[in-house]
Ligand binder design. Structure first.
Ligand SMILES: *[C@@H]1O[C@H](CO)[C@@H](O)[C@H](O)[C@H]1NC(C)=O
Ligand SMILES: *[C@@H]1O[C@H](CO)[C@@H](O)[C@H](O)[C@H]1NC(C)=O
Ligand SMILES: *[C@@H]1O[C@H](CO)[C@@H](O)[C@H](O)[C@H]1NC(C)=O
Ligand SMILES: *[C@@H]1O[C@H](CO)[C@@H](O)[C@H](O)[C@H]1NC(C)=O
Ligand SMILES: *[C@@H]1O[C@H](CO)[C@@H](O)[C@H](O)[C@H]1NC(C)=O
Ligand SMILES: *[C@@H]1O[C@H](CO)[C@@H](O)[C@H](O)[C@H]1NC(C)=O
Length: 505
């Protein structure tokens, strides 16, 4: 087997960048000269933090040296330290766990444990992914032990997958052990406390800063020993957090959360098949029944479909908004583009009509009928079900999160990524692609587009005028470097941390 980094070109880039994150980590492994240079360029804040890290690491060196005296891996461990923070097992992912993991993973951080944190993530895969990054960062900051997060099995998606069915759990634990202790399950004697209800359960306040966790959650941990956070979406603020927390969020996200070998294998297969035929665009066409029902967007649906979507919304206890004016919502830019609107917009943007378009999505509502105009404008339309054999996908059936993981991998690798709605997948892929070197992501301005599309369809704009206006409106929305929009007191309206983790880029 080839080492992973040869198969995944992005892994190499990723690794290079990651070395900048952990300045403190780097220092110990580099020469003195490097050390001073690095220190000079860092901000004062990092300096302080780095100094703390150095002290910790120096202590560690002593311990490691003592323990390792005479053992072969001692010196090589020290030598490989600078890259500890990068995905270490990228080099030997196939057999890390079978041979000396000590050689590839950073040393454990030793700290006085303040308690145990159990978290139940809610939402779809990408919302949970962001939540996991947040929870690791919180656990690190509070000096507690994190139990491998439980994934949502009861939400709309009803995917029975556990953490280890989607993510490489050993890599997750080992690659973060220099920051926080993570266990697969509670130690047996604490398990008994759970059984008799001796723990505290709460949903943390949304968009909280770290002061909240220190002032409100830490005392609960100290008192009850075990705290269960039963909601995790958007529980940590986008901004106003210490730099090391922001960087840790990225690190979990980009290097510690790796999909299982099975998912990665299939992802590589799809990417290989697409690459054989040249460049490809991934269209995250969020036009599935759940999305339409939840958002109340019914543009282009027939009466029967509108009724089915409405009935589904009223039947779903999680979706609070029931009465929705679809036209108003669409005009405000709050609806995913329909397949027909998407076809117009891609053509107007001047996307080559022969490019392969991979549709990253579940089942498109209305099926072939609704895809007709898109398929006419872009005949090379594919999706995982057309590229892969049914036998390849068998394993993924009824596991929407694993399907989403596959689409995630393909989206990362695409030449152009176009989401038709800014859901969680769109946001995290956007951020990840920025991180991979500002790969082209077209962020559609739906409010502007809907207005232009309606004018074009009613004949008040010619094609050329329409195309020019669409291009003009998106010249600055191609995923190039920019600052995250921050709006104190209105976290819902500001840019999501994970869509542009500028602290890490
Ligand atoms: C581990 O992987 C490396 C490189 O992929 C290979 O050379 C080595 O033989 C493998 N070791 C075991 C025990 O499988
Ligand atoms: C966590 O541990 C570090 C030492 O590793 C200590 O400096 C810090 O104050 C601790 N924080 C909390 C919240 O216990
Ligand atoms: C979370 O815990 C609180 C307190 O026990 C409870 O009231 C609430 O219903 C729980 N929420 C969920 C989603 O389980
Ligand atoms: C954290 O949030 C609290 C209340 O939500 C606020 O009073 C405090 O100033 C915030 N702290 C920081 C460091 O932003
Ligand atoms: C998927 O779930 C449906 C019903 O929810 C069931 O009938 C079907 O057998 C399941 N398929 C697989 C492959 O597990
Ligand atoms: C989290 O992960 C996704 C993909 O890995 C990425 O788009 C997002 O920006 C990441 N967040 C951070 C904090 O880096």
């Amino acid at each position: 087997m080839l080492p992973k980094c040869e198969k995944w070109p992005m892994a190499i880039k990723r690794e290079k960048r990651e070395q900048h994150w952990d300045v403190g980590m780097n220092l110990l492994g580099e020469e003195k000269v490097q050390e001073t240079k690095l220190l000079r360029v860092s901000h004062a804040r990092i300096k302080l933090w780095a100094l703390r890290a150095i002290t910790t690491l120096l202590l560690w060196t002593c311990i490691v040296q003592l323990v390792a005296m005479g053992e072969v891996w001692g010196p090589s461990l020290l030598k490989s330290w600078p890259s500890c923070s990068s995905p270490p097992s990228m080099h030997t992912a196939t057999n890390v766990s079978s041979i000396q993991p000590k050689r590839h993973y950073p040393p454990k951080r030793v700290y006085k444990n303040n308690g145990y944190l159990i978290v139940s993530c809610n939402g779809g895969l990408n919302q949970m992914r962001a939540a996991i990054c947040d929870m690791v960062s919180i656990a690190r900051y509070l000096n507690i032990t994190l139990i491998v997060p439980e994934l949502d099995k009861a939400s709309f998606w009803a995917d029975p997958s556990d953490f280890q069915d989607i993510f490489d759990v050993d890599h997750f634990i080992l690659s973060l052990r220099d920051e926080v202790r993570i266990l697969k399950e509670l130690p047996a004697k604490l398990q008994r406390r759970i059984e008799v209800g001796m723990f505290y359960e709460l949903p943390p306040v949304s968009w909280s800063n770290i002061t909240y966790y220190r002032r409100q959650i830490l005392p609960l941990l100290k008192k009850h020993k075990i705290v269960h956070l039963n909601k995790t979406d958007a529980r940590l603020a986008n901004n106003g957090l210490p730099l090391e927390i922001q960087k840790l969020r990225c690190r979990v996200n980009f290097s510690s959360l790796r999909f299982t070998a099975q998912i990665e294998e299939l992802g590589r297969k799809v990417i290989r098949m697409l690459r054989q035929n040249g460049p490809f665009l991934v269209l995250h066409l969020r036009y599935e029944m759940d999305m339409l029902s939840f958002s109340g967007c019914t543009q282009g649906c027939n009466t029967e479909e509108v009724n089915a979507l409405t009935a589904m919304r009223y039947a779903n206890p999680w979706w609070k908004e029931k009465v929705i004016d679809p036209d108003l919502k669409r005009k405000e830019g709050l609806c995913p583009l329909t397949p027909e609107e998407t076809a117009l917009v891609l053509s107007a943007l001047g996307i080559d009509s022969h490019i392969q378009i991979y549709i990253a999505a579940g089942e498109i509502y209305g099926g072939k009928r609704r895809l007709r105009s898109l398929a006419k404008a872009f005949p090379n339309l594919v999706k995982k079900e057309t590229l892969l054999e049914p036998s390849d996908l068998l394993f993924f059936r009824n596991h929407s999160s694993q399907m989403a993981a596959l689409d995630y991998l393909v989206s990362l690798e695409s030449d152009i990524f176009v989401p038709t709605y800014d859901g969680n997948m769109a946001k995290v892929v956007e951020g990840h692609r920025r991180y991979l070197g500002f790969k082209k992501t077209i962020l559609l301005d739906r409010r502007v587009l809907i207005d232009l599309i309606d004018q074009y369809n009613s004949g008040s704009l010619s094609w050329d005028e329409f195309s020019y206006s669409v291009k003009d409106a998106h010249a600055d929305r191609m995923g190039s470097p920019r600052k995250r929009v921050m709006i104190p007191d209105r976290p819902k309206e500001e840019d999501y941390f994970y869509s542009n983790p500028q602290e890490c880029l």
